[in-house]
Design a protein around this ligand. Structure first.
Ligand code: ATP
Ligand code: MG
Length: 420
């Protein structure tokens, strides 16, 4: 071990476990790529103001969890704590919404940073795959995104997850509810910080996890009773579409989520095997966000799924991903001349599109065969001086154990055929 370690709240992805993360990213993005979502990549840092405005001044993310920095040039930047604000900023900057094809459907995958108290499933550096559908107000779009996330989790073999669904109302009905809730909350026995929250973002108080707070909230006014007719109809349509698609969800009228920009549809994917870090993903509609960051009105909806917690969920359910071996052929040279000859074969195999690896460092047969086994390769090629003198290599099928001599000049063609 060196004198350095990964910073607190972070961890490294190393083989073989790292393959699981790649597989999860692949599985989450596949349904998106098949549904008209284009890939977008944005910088790992942004103007701090983008998040202050876009995520919300009163959120934990902005008040406590952001990594901020001042550059030598005096710019105030923040490592991105989430993806939506950046993606919308980039879409506006590139005028994607003016290309005429709404919604603009985008997916992304990357690292996010939050200064949190590290614990299992909660890190300071974590990874998300996300999707955003920008510029269209249509319940079918909300339903599409939830269905695609459900499909992604199912394709991974996850079963013990639940979808929580709520509507947060819109700019017509939410203010009325907000006031009713504030009136109710002001009479409760709460600490200073929570009292402040009542004034800035009262809905967040509903999200308070402390039992003594939750106990006082039983009779709180319910947002559902305040939804305007348009929001009610919209929400009913989303619910009906999910039901028609066979996607099971639970109505959760307490689900408010940690970001300020959500309107109407909000949802969370929770996994019951994860203890207190149970949210594996979440999202919702954010009709006002574009205007909040200086853009035109662009009603939008999106989600972000946490890769780290999805991997933990797979482990909790005991799901073993079927990750195929990356190496198909492993070459073991015995001696100088064989080294050159087999390395040439390996290069040729690779150019022919066959995944091949090589026993480097002139190791003995036993150690090299151990590496061949570990690589998961279906075939090994072994050659020594005598084989080369005869112009052949020994081709061994690692599954059947069967071995035969193949002319050196034909080995690539032979392997191409055998690997189908
Ligand atoms: P939580 O309530 O657990 O703090 P959140 O509401 O802050 O989650 P979002 O901002 O909605 O989370 O991010 C979407 C997903 O990203 C989460 O469901 C989770 O899987 C993942 N995520 C968020 N924060 C972290 C973190 N600190 N470490 C690991 N994964 C995280
Ligand atoms: Mg959080």
């Amino acid at each position: 071990m060196s004198t350095f370690q990964a910073p607190k709240g972070t961890y490294d992805l190393t083989p073989p476990d790292s393959a699981k993360f790649l597989a999860v990213r692949e599985a989450i993005s596949a349904p998106l790529r098949d549904s008209g979502y284009g890939y977008i990549e944005t910088p790992g840092f942004e103007d701090v103001e983008l998040f202050a405005r876009g995520v919300g001044e009163s959120t934990d993310i902005v008040t406590k969890e952001m990594y901020t920095l001042t550059t030598k040039g005096g710019a105030e930047l923040a490592l991105r704590p989430e993806g939506t604000a950046s993606v919308l900023r980039a879409a506006l900057e590139a005028n994607l919404h003016k290309a005429g094809n709404l919604p603009v459907k985008l997916w992304y995958s990357g690292s996010y940073y939050r200064y949190e108290r590290p614990q299992k499933g909660r890190y300071r550096h974590f990874s998300q795959v996300g999707a955003e559908a920008i510029g269209t107000e249509d319940p079918v779009l909300d339903a599409e995104l939830i269905i695609l996330a459900d499909q992604a989790y199912r394709s991974l073999g996850l079963r013990q997850f639940r979808i929580l669904l709520n509507s947060l109302g819109d700019k017509e009905c939410r203010p009325v509810y907000r006031e009713a809730l504030q009136t109710f909350l002001r009479d409760l026995d709460l600490d200073e910080e929570t009292r402040r929250r009542i004034e800035i973002n009262p809905l967040r108080v509903l999200d308070d996890k402390r039992p003594d707070v939750q106990k006082q909230l039983t009779d709180a006014p319910k947002l559902r009773d305040y939804l305007c007719d348009a929001c009610k109809a919209y929400h009913e349509e989303v619910r009906a579409l999910l039901t028609a698609a066979g996607v099971v969800y639970e109505d959760d009228e307490k689900l408010v989520r940690g970001l300020d920009y959500y309107t109407r549809t909000t949802f969370e994917f929770v996994h019951d095997g994860l203890g207190s870090q149970s949210a594996v993903g979440g999202g919702g509609r954010y009709d006002g966000l574009s205007e909040m960051i200086g853009g035109p009105a662009l009603p939008s909806v999106g989600w972000a799924l946490g890769v780290d917690r999805t991997v933990l969920a797979l482990e909790a359910e005991g799901v073993e991903l079927d990750i195929p071996a990356t190496t198909s052929v492993y070459a073991v040279p015995l001696g100088e001349e064989a080294r050159r000859a087999l390395f040439a074969v390996v290069t040729e195999l690779r150019r022919a599109g066959i995944a091949a690896d090589f026993a480097f460092g002139g190791r003995g047969l036993k150690g090299a065969m151990k590496s061949a086994n570990r690589s998961g390769a279906r075939f090994t090629l072994v050659a020594g001086e005598r084989d080369l003198a005869e112009g052949v290599v020994q081709l061994k099928d690692m599954e059947s154990g069967e071995q035969s001599a193949v002319p050196l000049a034909e080995v690539v063609a032979e392997l191409t055929t055998r690997l189908g």
